[in-house]
Design a binder for this molecule. Structure first.
Ligand SMILES: NC(=O)c1ccc[n+]([C@@H]2O[C@H](COP(=O)([O-])OP(=O)(O)OC[C@H]3O[C@@H](n4cnc5c(N)ncnc54)[C@H](O)[C@@H]3O)[C@@H](O)[C@H]2O)c1
Length: 317
């Protein structure tokens, strides 16, 4: 399998680290507009191949899209970070334009690739890539709420002192602050969360407080180290693995919806089957009326930002 990572910054390098250590990738292309940066990271990584646990992945640093010819998966992490004084719409405008320019380059050399969009706001950037290229909707995946869901699992697990993998739940909607968690879906060791807490004499989990903690988690990291890397890199690796080995795992990734939940042409995270063809099916979930209303409100919020950016940039909506 040939994988490309665009952007040799903190997130791109984190993704490479997972792919080189845990993945089975024959060719890994690290592309950055700053060639020296990509080279520096690749040369550094190369020495890891001499160590026994490492696979001998062919790692190529580049600033030339031709190196991506025939790539199966391309991860887009290139873009700006939010700066002081900038609004979310300002960042969305910059990164949507960068994302579309990159995706068009990738389309020329790897039209069958599945794209995983990480650059923030990832759902908006993925929206414009899907509407401004010929990649099928199922192959333009925003990493969406996979990271937010991992945060939810970790927070609950910490409360009940269990392995996060024994907690089940989803954060859905838009990655970041415009998201929600259906409380009915949260379970611990296969048991409804309230039942588990009651029988273990632990205070019940308040879904609103939990969601607030999930939303705060990214800010708490960003405040301290001015980026977030490990969680998002692991989340991206999780998505790649599902595609690479055709897992058909259900993950809260985001794609451009096509009538599911009555929503059209909006990129939102909902439970989605991920396999070798990318987002293979969006699952229809029996949300309550209130949850459906929340999802619709989230979709309206995303639509508004998309409309503003389309008007400013001229990108197809
Ligand atoms: N979706 C998520 O959950 C999530 C989490 C963390 C970060 N992010 C986003 O990921 C992006 C990258 O974050 P980071 O910490 O790695 O940033 P970074 O500044 O460390 O790295 C960005 C890299 O992109 C490169 N770049 C910029 N424009 C480019 C272009 N047009 N072509 C090729 N390379 C280009 C830069 O040279 C730089 O090396 C940001 O948009 C950030 O907000 C998303």
């Amino acid at each position: 399998m040939k994988i490309g990572v665009i952007g040799a910054g903190s997130v791109g390098v984190g993704v490479c680290n997972y792919l080189l250590t845990l993945g089975s990738v024959s060719e890994l292309i690290l592309l950055d507009k700053n060639l020296e940066r990509a080279e520096g990271e690749a040369f550094d990584f190369r020495h890891t191949a001499a160590l026994t646990f490492s696979k001998n992945t062919h790692l190529v640093p580049t600033d030339d899209y031709l190196t991506l010819i025939g790539a199966d998966i391309v991860v887009i992490t290139a873009g700006a970070q939010i700066k002081q004084g900038q609004t979310r719409v300002d960042l969305a405008e910059i990164n949507s334009q960068i994302g579309v320019d990159i995706a068009k380059e990738v389309e020329r050399v790897a039209p069958n690739a599945t794209l995983i969009v990480v650059s923030n706001p990832c759902d908006i950037v993925a929206h414009f890539i899907a509407t401004n290229t010929k990649f099928p909707r199922s192959k333009v995946i925003s990493s969406g709420c996979v990271i937010d869901t991992a945060r939810l699992m970790s927070i609950v697990a910490n409360r009940v002192n269990l392995d996060p993998k024994n907690v089940f739940g989803y954060v859905l909607g838009e990655h970041g602050s415009n998201c929600f968690t259906p409380k009915s879906l949260i379970s611990i060791a296969g048991q409804p969360a309230d039942y588990y807490c009651d029988t273990h004499h632990i205070d019940r989990i308040c879904a609103d407080e939990l969601l607030e903690s999930v939303k705060q988690a990214g800010y708490e990291i960003f405040k301290r180290k001015q980026n977030t890397t490990h969680g998002i890199a692991a989340s991206v690796f999780r998505i790649i693995q599902a595609i690479m080995i055709n897992e058909r795992s259900v993950l809260p990734i985001a794609t451009l919806l096509n009538g599911e939940y009555g929503l059209h042409d909006v990129v939102l995270s909902v439970p989605t089957v991920v396999g070798k063809n990318g987002a293979e099916a969006v699952l229809s979930h029996p949300f309550t009326e209130e949850e459906m209303a929340t999802l619709k409100q989230i979709a309206n919020n995303v639509d508004e930002v998309v409309a503003q950016i389309a008007a400013k940039t001229g990108l197809d909506k």
